[in-house]
Each structure stands twice: as C-alpha cells, then as structure tokens.
Design a binder for this molecule. Structure first.
Ligand code: TYM
Length: 413
C-alpha cells in the first residue's frame, strides 16, 4: 500500500480526521490514554480497523504451533494476542530458514510492575524459547522522565528496578540485551533516530500522538527513540552485517502508534518494516473500560503484592457479574461478559478444561462469585509468589550482565 500505514486505504485525510474525532468521543487508545466509551468496553474490532492492523486468527495460531512444534501459548489460544502486522511475513521468512529478532520494552514509571505489564514479557519469553531468537528490551527512562515528570536520576533508578522484574520472567541471558535509553542512546542508535526524524513532520506526530503546542520539544522527538530499536543497525554489537534482519515486536495495542510511524518511515530509509504481535489490555479490577493502571493502587494487582493484599483486592474491588442475592444468582446465573474474575482467569488459569467448567457452572448460577474469586486468588497468589521468588534471586551483577553492551555469539543457536 503506497499510503502511510496509519491511513485507512482510500479515505481522504479530512474524512479520516472527522472519523477520528467522532471515535475519540467514544474510545481513546494511545500510549498514554486508554479509555472506552463511557460505561462501555474497548471495542477491539474497531481498533483493528482504525489502526489498520490485522486480526490474528486461528489459522495463524495453528501455523505457529506447526512451525515451532510446540503447543501454542495460552495467550495465543485464548486470543489475548489478537492483532498483528506482517506476522505472516516473519513466519514465511522463518520457514525459509531466515531468523529474526524480538524487540519489546517498558517505560519505568513505577517501582513495581502490575500484572498487565507481565503479559508482553511472559509472552516474549515464550516466543524467545520456541523460536530461539535474540531479544532486545528497551527501558524508556527518558520517556517516563518527561511524561511523569520524574527526575533523571529517579527514572534511571526505576529502570534498574524494573529490569529486575523483567529478568525474573526468565529470559535467556545468552540471547537477551536489556538497555536503558539514558545510557545506551548514541552512536548508530542515534544516527538512526536522526534518519527517522527527518521523515516525520510535526504535523504527523501531532496527528498520531495528539501533541499540541503546549507540549515541550522533548516529547515531540521521543517517538524516534522508541522507533529505532526496530532496526538491527541500532545494535552494531549484536547485528553487525545483518542489516536486513527482521524484527518482531510483542506489545499491547496501546504501543501501536509508535510502530505505525516506524513502519511508515522504514522503507524510506532503506530498512525493513518491523512486524508486530499485539495484545488486548488486562483490565482494571473495577472493569473493562480501560487498562490496568499503575497509578491507581486499587485498580491494579502488583507483582509486589502479598497474598493477603491480593485476597483483599480481589474480594473488595474485582467487579462481579454475579447477581445481587444468592437466590437471584441461582436463578439467573452470572453475566460473564462483565465479570472480572472470569476475565482474569482467562489470562492466567492454564487449564482449559477447568476454565470451561468454571465458566459453565458460574453462568448457570451453580457456582457463586465468592467461589470463583477464591480460585482466582489462588491462581494469582501462586503466580505472584513465583515471580517474587525469581525476582529475589536477581542480583545487581545479573542486571549488569544483561545490560552490558556485548556480542551474543550464540543468540541463534
Ligand atoms: P509500558 O511500561 O506502559 O508497558 C510495558 C508493556 O506492557 C504493556 N501493557 C499492558 N499489557 C496488557 N495489559 C495492560 N493493562 C497493559 N499495560 C501496559 C504495554 O503495551 C507494553 O508492551 N513506551 C513503552 C515502553 C516501550 C515498549 C517498546 C513497549 C519501549 N519500546 C517496544 C513495547 C514494545 C511503555 O511505556 O510501556
């Protein structure tokens, strides 16, 4: 398609703007704001059309199973990763024996990650394991310094703390390079930022990210920083001589605007467009209208929460689709569409048969909200405890080792 990626084929810019305004009065999804139409839920099918990405359908899931010779990840089977860009091309290339690399990231805005943040990292670990490919992880300490008004020093400290949580997800050090922007930006990486920047006008970034004249100029240029890890030449110590190595980016769909911009520019500067595999949002405890947010402690479960806190949060705040009395519940059953415990189990309860049985019993009113919440508390406590054990084993030396600028000689082995 000759048009820029973020334009829907065949529509005039004006028409698009009008449509965008209309939709924005309904739902907003960008890297900083995720909100549904009032009282509603995010319409992901609409997002696919608006952003111009593709639906990740069953045939692609089966293709990944065939190619990797492994059962698909629960996030694939259950449609958590629901959209993509050019995933087929990555798989075609892989089938021909060509390799690719993975790129994902985290904006260190808080001391602790919440469960939503774990989703892309758990999934990226699976992709790294089954495809046996290298991975770069960007910590955008510069982004959070600007958007969250943190000091440079505090952002750098949070980046290091968040790196420990990321390492605790089990990444293979022989294939993984973690870097923080404040330390790594320079050299080839910076040269690529300038190459990208020359092809993106102020009007364009304003249209994509909603910047206004009130935003400071640091923000305006930031998208180039998140764009260039998509290009192998930004990592000469890893990919020297492999200028056309393809890149696959796992993330939630809020990050898509950065990569629409990147994909538009890539061919203009002689690079491959990165491919993407994108997830839904893990919802807040209160319901479906947005994504779990790190800034409202009662809306989120953090990887630092104790079992007692998890129990309390789930029992107090998790929005229930059950009826207001036991009598009514037995009669009408639960509304699974709005029930948060059921949604959360859909992300983290691996056993398909057990999940199906809970859904059936709860919907029919034979199982009560309290019983579903009890099972969810067990599942989440186990997940969080496991994460905490792994994190406490991550030493400062390990962080240094993952973040060292070094070649990875066995990254494709
Ligand atoms: P950040 O720190 O906001 O989020 C880190 C990753 O978690 C995803 N995410 C979620 N996934 C599911 N449910 C949620 N409720 C939820 N909230 C956040 C995000 O999509 C992201 O994948 N600017 C980025 C950092 C970054 C990055 C990247 C992310 C730099 N390069 C490349 C992905 C890919 C940020 O602030 O992410």
């Amino acid at each position: 398609m000759a048009m820029e990626d973020w334009k829907v084929d065949g529509k005039k810019e004006e028409e698009q703007e009008q449509e965008q305004e209309q939709e924005e009065s309904e739902q907003v999804v960008n890297p900083w704001v995720v909100s549904a139409k009032e009282g509603g839920k995010i319409d992901y099918d609409k997002l696919i059309i608006k952003f111009g990405c593709q639906k990740l359908d069953e045939s692609l899931v089966q293709r990944i199973e065939r190619l990797t010779n492994r059962p698909s990840h629960v996030f694939l089977r259950r449609g958590v990763f629901f959209a993509h860009r050019d995933l087929n091309e990555i798989l075609n290339a892989y089938e021909r024996g060509e390799k690719f690399y993975l790129y994902t990231g985290r904006g260190p805005s808080s001391e602790a990650l919440h469960l939503g943040h774990l989703i892309p990292f758990m999934f990226t670990k699976y992709l790294q394991d089954v495809f046996r490919v290298p991975l770069v992880i960007q910590l955008t300490d510069d982004e959070k310094c600007m958007w969250k008004n943190l000091s440079v020093e505090e952002s750098r400290r949070l980046a290091r703390e968040n790196a420990k949580d990321i390492i605790a997800c089990g990444f293979d050090i022989t294939r993984t390079f973690i870097f923080a922007d404040f330390d790594y930006v320079g050299g080839e990486f910076y040269r690529n930022m300038v190459r990208v920047g020359k092809h993106v006008t102020l009007n364009k970034v304003a249209a994509i990210f909603g910047f206004t004249g009130e935003d400071h100029i640091g923000k305006i240029n930031f998208p180039t920083v998140q764009a260039v890890p998509s290009f192998p030449t930004s990592f000469p110590h890893l990919f020297h001589g492999r200028d056309h190595l393809r890149c696959l980016i796992p993330c939630a769909i809020d990050q898509d605007p950065y990569f629409r911009m990147t994909r538009d520019v890539a061919p203009k500067i002689g690079y491959q467009k990165p491919a993407l595999i994108e997830s839904l949002f893990f919802p807040s405890l209160q319901g479906q209208a947005g994504k779990m947010s790190a800034s409202d402690p009662n809306s989120a479960i953090y990887v630092t929460d104790s079992s007692k806190i998890i129990k309390n949060k789930v029992n107090r705040y998790a929005f229930s689709g059950g009826q207001d009395s036991i009598e009514n519940h037995r009669k009408h059953g639960a509304n699974l569409e709005v029930d948060i415990p059921i949604k959360y189990l859909g992300f983290f309860l691996d056993d398909d048969a057990e999940l199906e049985s809970i859904r059936r019993e709860y919907e029919a009113g034979r199982m009560l909200t309290g019983e579903v919440k009890k099972r969810l508390i067990e599942v989440l406590s186990e997940l969080v405890e496991r994460h905490q054990r792994a994190r406490s084993a991550v030493s400062e030396e390990m962080v240094d080792a993952f973040m060292a600028v070094r070649p990875l000689p066995n990254m494709f082995a």
